[in-house]
Design a protein around this ligand. Structure first.
Ligand code: EPU
Length: 421
């Protein structure tokens, strides 16, 4: 298994191209199941999670090709051969559950393994199930699989989500576009990935209004057609690389970066003493003066501070001036990076969903390991300013969500390398 070695202390200077969003692409790909005609996605990120979704779709009979060095994903669901998402694939990647809504809408049946818990929490699927049942599906859990049926087709309904779940909103949208009549989703997720999916579905001939707000209205149509759609820039990759010069010092230009994707995060960076400027090509990030100030952070649904940037923000606050309080409100177990940062000399006290971080002047390199994607990258960020060598083990998590991290940071002067064992 590969590991990443970071030798801290180098200031950063240069440009980083932000890739297409993993989590948007993972929702756009299953949309192919809704039409017999081809769906082509441009600006796709080159990540192992995208390959996993490709393998899952191929197992359902979708023709999947990667073009232009992987940046274009061409999908054709002309003829489907299966409606079963197998445990062997779903257990690797929870986003596999996004085939449930579109399979049900297209074929009237779907059998999808329950993903089980993961390193960051239990992650149940009750909101997905309740919403699809409201559209007329019958869903039973048998032998670890959700067996969903809607033989007579789905029917539009008013759905009030008990929590604005990203995945459940995506599954419901994809089911509702082919349902008979009108569907209204109240308390819908508002993340940019939802807007991106709505744009793609509209390009395929769907009627969707209100995506990006709390109420989404969908008028069902009989069929969707093919489309070509560009994946939105990855706001979490963007935020991660914005933190690199904040931690290591220097100034980095992030090509494709947009403040509107990360409003609450940018406000916290500003309060911490980090300058973020919109340029013609993206965002420029630099420390305002020598010190980083402590700030308090609460993770929330969009447009709040994203849970997917909490670990990376913690890496910054480890060396801030003063005490920061980070509260994780989206997932129940998302501080797995804290014990590893403590091994690097950080002062962190975790009580349930709250972490108190007292800044120290400098972290020290250490061998560390992470059990999820965002935790892994937070350790790389911490290593950028740490004294000595940080060795991040088990980097396969990283490859799920960051393309060529060592090249992107290395091009800005970071001393970072990947070593294969
Ligand atoms: N939840 C339920 N029941 C449900 C669905 C969700 O209780 O039926 C709970 C979850 O357990 C969690 C919270 O609601 O506590 C939020 O879950 P949500 O459904 O919104 O998240 P998701 O769709 O499973 C996506 C991203 C995550 C990101 C979250 C929150 C994808 C593929 N994944 O997950 O991304 O953290 O939204 O923004 O879009 C990552 O990229 O590292 C990652 C974990």
């Amino acid at each position: 298994m590969d590991k990443i070695i970071v030798r801290g202390g180098a200031e950063l200077s240069g440009t980083i191209q932000i890739a297409g969003a993993k989590n948007a692409c993972l929702a756009l790909m299953p949309a192919t199941l809704l039409s017999e005609e081809p769906l082509t996605l441009t600006n796709a990120p080159r990540l192992s999670d995208i390959a996993t979704m490709g393998a899952l779709l191929a197992s359902l009979g979708v023709e999947v090709s990667r073009l232009q060095d992987g940046k274009v994903v061409a999908l054709s669901s002309h003829a489907l051969s299966s409606h079963v998402a197998d445990y062997e694939i779903v257990r690797k990647m929870r986003a596999s559950n996004l085939v449930l809504g579109p399979l049900l809408a297209r074929t009237g049946q779907a059998v999808v393994s329950l993903p089980g818990g993961c390193a960051i929490g239990a992650r149940p699927m009750d909101i997905h199930v309740t919403a699809l049942e409201a559209l007329g599906a019958t869903i039973e859990l048998r032998e670890g699989y959700l067996h969903a049926e809607a033989r007579g087709g789905l029917k539009g309904a008013r759905i009030d989500m008990r929590f604005p779940s990203v995945g459940a909103t995506e599954n419901t949208m994809m089911a509702a576009v082919l349902a008979k009549g009108t569907t209204v989703i109240d308390n819908a997720a508002r993340e940019p990935e939802i807007v991106d999916l709505a744009q793609c579905l509209v390009a395929m001939g769907a009627y969707i209004d209100g995506a990006g707000g709390p109420t989404i209205t969908i008028e069902g149509v009989d069929r969707l057609h093919g489309a070509t759609d560009a994946v939105v820039p990855d706001r979490i990759e963007l935020g991660t690389y914005m933190l690199a010069p904040a931690i290591a010092g220097g100034s980095v230009d992030l090509i494709g970066g947009r403040i509107d994707l990360l409003g609450a995060f940018c406000e916290k960076l500003d309060a911490a003493g980090i300058d973020v400027t919109q340029t013609d090509t993206g965002l420029r990030v630099a420390r305002r003066n020598g010190t980083v100030r402590a700030v308090d952070v609460i993770t929330e649904v969009f447009p709040g501070f994203p849970t997917d940037l909490q670990a990376q923000m913690m890496a910054l606050l480890c060396t801030a001036d003063g005490k920061s309080v980070l509260e994780e409100r989206i997932f129940e177990n998302r501080f797995m990076h804290a014990p590893e940062l403590i091994r690097m000399g950080a002062r962190i006290d975790v009580h349930g969903g709250v972490a108190e971080v007292t800044g120290v002047p400098r972290l020290k390199g250490a061998p560390v390991m992470a059990t999820d994607l965002r935790a892994s990258v937070s350790l790389i960020l911490a290593g950028l300013a740490a004294e000595g060598e940080t060795v991040v083990n088990r980097v396969y998590h990283l490859d799920r969500g960051y393309e060529r991290v060592e090249h992107k940071l290395g091009a800005c002067g970071a001393r970072i390398e990947r070593v294969s064992e």
